[in-house]
Design a protein. Structure first.
Lengths: 158, 189
């Protein structure tokens, strides 16, 4: 597909990093302002989706390889579970906010809220990787009306 | 503000009807997007910016996905009209649903007076009063989502994880045996 607009691909080069940074902000400041891990992760993945739409699969995979996205998905989910299990180990309560109980931060500062910020980061990672994977898997799907072609081509075909 | 909300709801109903009746898939997808944006604005009017942000962001990504996987692969219009029998059934179900909704919505508390104000020692009162002190989170929504009710969020994360897992398994083409013969391919493990 070489019919992509030069303007779109150039502008996406500038806009995608800004979207990426905004996604990190929304996820990181979830305990202070509206937002949180889920919308932050969706915004992060939308930066990659913009790259995918504007500049194609090769350019996107160079920035976030498929295998790395799969690993990030798993790491995000496991990190969230680990936060819960560490709470269980330290205080004896599943999902206990052990950081806030042991060394409470000053309210309304970035480092406050204990486990809420790490949990937001974990969920952000997870959601960003999952949505990117779904978008990538579905965009790799081609339904051909040509009889000779295989009707559906999937991920492994280039 | 209630007037604005009613206007948004009417707008959403109108967009929903357009999405159902148009034959062009692109118009239908755009109309569904309009419903989503209407929902987001309604959340904003009701004072729930967390939900509004989530709604608008998910809506935009879902819209792009829908356009990419339906119109992007060459499916442009829907064809065929539903049979009269089916229309009658749909009308009957709609009327039934409307009756159920009227019955259940009359039992709801007054607009603007949440349940937690009517019930003493409801957990939501405790969450709001002691949230900042006990979790240190200035955003009370997050203190509920990731501290008081983090177990629910874990379940939600599991649902997303399983859904993505299922989608990736279904959309791959070759099984493990076939892939050993193929040269190179993508990095899988």
């Amino acid at each position: 597909m070489n019919n992509r607009s030069l303007i779109v691909s150039r502008v996406s080069r500038w806009v995608a990093p800004l979207i990426f940074v905004f996604g990190i902000y929304v996820a990181l400041y979830g305990h202070l302002s509206p937002g949180g891990g889920f919308p932050g992760g969706v915004i992060l993945s939308s930066a990659f989706i913009l790259t995918l739409l504007a500049r194609g699969r090769e350019a996107t995979l160079k920035r976030l390889p498929f295998g790395v996205a799969k690993k990030l998905d798993a790491v995000g989910a496991l990190l969230f579970l680990c936060i819960a299990l560490v709470g269980l180990a330290v205080t004896g309560v599943f999902f206990a906010n052990f950081i806030q109980q042991r060394l409470p931060g000053e309210p309304l500062r970035l480092f406050s809220g204990g486990t809420i910020m790490p949990a937001n980061i974990a969920i952000g990672l997870k959601v960003a990787a999952s949505l990117f994977l779904v978008m990538f898997a579905l965009s790799a799907l081609r339904i051909s009306t040509d009889e000779k072609d295989e009707p559906i081509r999937t991920l492994e075909d280039k | 503000m209630e007037l604005l909300l009613i206007f948004m709801l009417l707008f959403m109903i109108l967009a929903g009807i357009v999405a159902l009746w148009t034959d062009e898939l692109l118009s239908a997808v755009i109309a569904v997007g309009a419903v989503g944006i209407g929902t987001s604005v309604a959340f904003l009017l009701l004072g729930a910016p967390d939900l509004a942000i989530t709604q608008i962001v998910v809506e935009v990504v879902a819209l792009v996905l829908l356009i990419k996987v339906t119109i992007g692969v060459g499916v442009r219009t829907t064809s065929g009209t539903p049979s009269p029998k089916r229309l009658r059934l749909a009308a009957a179900v709609s009327v039934l649903l409307l009756l159920v909704m009227v019955r259940s919505f009359t039992g709801l508390p007054e607009f603007g007076s949440p349940v937690m104000e009517r019930v003493d020692d409801a957990p939501s009162i405790v969450y709001l009063e002691e949230g900042l002190e006990r979790t240190g989170s200035a955003n009370q929504v997050m203190s509920v989502l990731l501290d008081f009710r983090a177990y629910d969020t874990l379940g939600e994360a599991t649902v997303i994880f399983t859904a993505v897992f299922g989608a990736l398994v279904l959309l791959r083409k070759k099984g493990k045996k076939d892939r050993e013969d193929a040269d190179g391919g993508e990095d899988e493990e």
